[in-house]
Every structure is written in structure tokens, then in C-alpha cells.
Design a protein around this ligand. Structure first.
Ligand SMILES: [Zn+2]
Length: 283
């Protein structure tokens, strides 16, 4: 990065479906990039709860070709890029509405930039980009807010929500799975969401009754918009099986680790009684 002449505001356009599970589900993509576009894809990330993530300290590939008065045409080398976790549909949280302009005000103050150098990606590349058009009042409204924060005339910050695991994700996930399946290879399948893709989890299968539970397969899935069915793990979004053909005896229970990045599991099983499972974050 040569010199900081401006700040470019983006949204991640990540589908809403990942949000109940995560504060900043785009973190991996903005850090490491995607196929055909190596990362880092921004310098800072803004989560749903207003948390700011430091993604890259130097050059990041966020602006692409474009131009803005006072910045020039080399956006990646001359601007700080911020990717906010927003799908492009205007669904900003109150915490983001407070934190996004505050973050830009802090950057403008630090780099001694006029508020006019805080711009939207849609202003940098109007023919290609629409982020962050859904901001209330557009970028003009955004800059008015930034200026009022710099002037000290903005209302005080709203309290930052706690980011403890339990408060973000509702604590451990416990569920009683219904009886189902039968001898002869008829399996019941239940899909269970995993609270956060940012953590490894312990999945514990505890029958808590005097009959065994027969597990055919437990498949793990990454982020995906639509539910998948079928015991094979070759569908898009599938990231493999963590348990195959296993009997969980009544008193023993069984614990397996769900890898980081798992958004959902499918359990294929046979049990003639309902049984308990829990999904808890690993320390
Ligand atoms: Zn953008």
C-alpha cells in the first residue's frame, strides 16, 4: 500500500442464510479470497454486532478499477477497504448503523482525511458496483454521520452487544431426535444446524435409554443456501463425513468433533426410541 488517500465502504453480499449462525461468516472469504480472486479482499471487516475485524494490514484487493476525485485510479494501493456483513438488501443492524460511520470517522481522523474521502464502492466504480447503496440516506447520509461524529455532535454510541458465544448463538444446542429407520438399511435423516462456523464443536450422541442407536453416517456441510438430502457427501457444500456405520450403546455415548466451518450436519440413523444429541463449542 503506498499512501492512504481514502476509505472505500463495501458490503459482502453474503446470503442471509448464514447469519443466524454467525456474526461475520464472510471472514474466511475476505481473508483468503475465492477462486480467481486471491485475498485479502479488504483491510477491515464489520460484523453484524458492530465488531471490527482486522483482516489485512497492507495491500488488499477490494476496489478494482475505478476512479474518485482526490484519490485517483489506484484504489487498492491508496484506500482502506472495509467489508461489512450485509447481503445488499438493506438489512443493517442497529449496531452496524452505529459502528460503520464511527469506524470511518476514526480512520479519517487518523489519516487526516476530509469526510469526502469516505466513499462507497458504488461511487468508486459506478458502472460495476452497487455497494453500499442500501445505506439509509446513501453515501451522502453516511458522510453526514461521519462528519457529526468527527465534530463531536453525534449521539453517543449505543452499547456494544456482548459477543459471548452463549449470547450470540444461544449456548449449546440440545435436541431430541425422533425414533426412526428400520432394519434392512432404512435410515432416518435429520438435519441439524451448527451454531457457529467459526468454532470446532463437540457433537455428543447420548441415547439415555436401554437401546442402542445405529448411526449410518454423519455428514458435515459448509455454508449453503438450500437444504441438501441424500447420504452421499458429493453434493455442493458437503465437506465430508465425520462418522460412518457406528453403534452407540445405551450407557456409553459417543463424542465426535465437528470441524470448524461446519454449518449443518445430516445424521442418518436407526433408533426405536427418541435420543438426545448436543452440539457444544470446543474451548
Ligand atoms: Zn465492494
Amino acid at each position: 500500500m503506498s499512501s492512504v488517500k481514502g476509505v472505500v465502504c463495501h458490503w459482502t453480499a453474503t446470503p442471509d442464510t448464514t447469519r443466524p449462525a454467525d456474526n461475520y461468516p464472510s471472514k474466511s472469504i475476505v481473508t483468503f479470497g475465492r477462486s480467481g480472486l486471491p485475498g485479502p479482499l479488504c483491510n477491515l471487516g464489520l460484523g453484524r454486532d458492530g465488531t471490527v475485524f482486522l483482516v489485512a494490514a497492507g495491500l488488499a484487493y477490494h476496489a478494482g478499477s475505478g476512479y474518485y476525485q482526490g484519490i485517483g485510479a489506484n484504489g487498492n494501493a491508496n484506500t482502506i477497504g472495509i467489508e461489512a456483513e450485509e447481503g445488499g438488501d438493506g438489512d443493517w443492524t442497529p449496531a452496524m448503523l452505529d459502528a460503520y460511520p464511527r469506524l470511518c470517522a476514526a480512520l479519517a481522523r487518523f489519516y487526516k482525511l476530509p469526510t469526502g474521502r469516505v466513499i462507497g464502492h458504488n461511487e468508486w466504480a459506478p458502472s460495476r458496483k452497487i455497494d453500499i447503496r442500501s445505506w439509509p440516506g446513501g453515501m451522502a447520509g453516511f458522510r453526514t454521520r461521519v462528519q457529526s461524529i468527527i465534530n463531536g455532535s453525534a449521539a453517543p454510541a449505543t452499547p456494544k452487544p456482548s459477543t459471548s458465544y452463549a449470547e450470540l448463538y444461544g449456548g449449546d444446542h440440545m435436541e431430541t431426535l425422533p425414533a426412526g429407520g428400520a432394519e434392512g438399511g432404512i435410515w432416518r435423516c435429520e438435519s441439524i444446524p451448527v451454531p457457529s462456523i467459526l468454532r470446532e464443536h463437540d457433537l455428543v450422541i447420548a441415547p439415555a435409554h436401554d437401546r442402542a442407536v445405529v448411526i449410518h453416517r454423519i455428514n458435515t456441510w459448509k455454508n449453503q443456501a438450500k437444504p441438501m438430502s441424500g447420504p452421499n457427501n458429493k453434493n455442493p457444500g458437503g465437506s465430508g463425513s465425520v462418522l460412518n456405520d457406528f453403534v452407540v450403546w445405551e450407557t456409553a455415548g459417543k463424542s465426535v468433533i465437528l470441524p470448524q466451518g461446519t454449518a449443518k450436519i445430516d445424521i442418518w440413523y436407526r433408533s426405536d426410541r427418541p435420543f438426545r444429541i448436543s452440539i457444544a463449542p470446543r474451548p
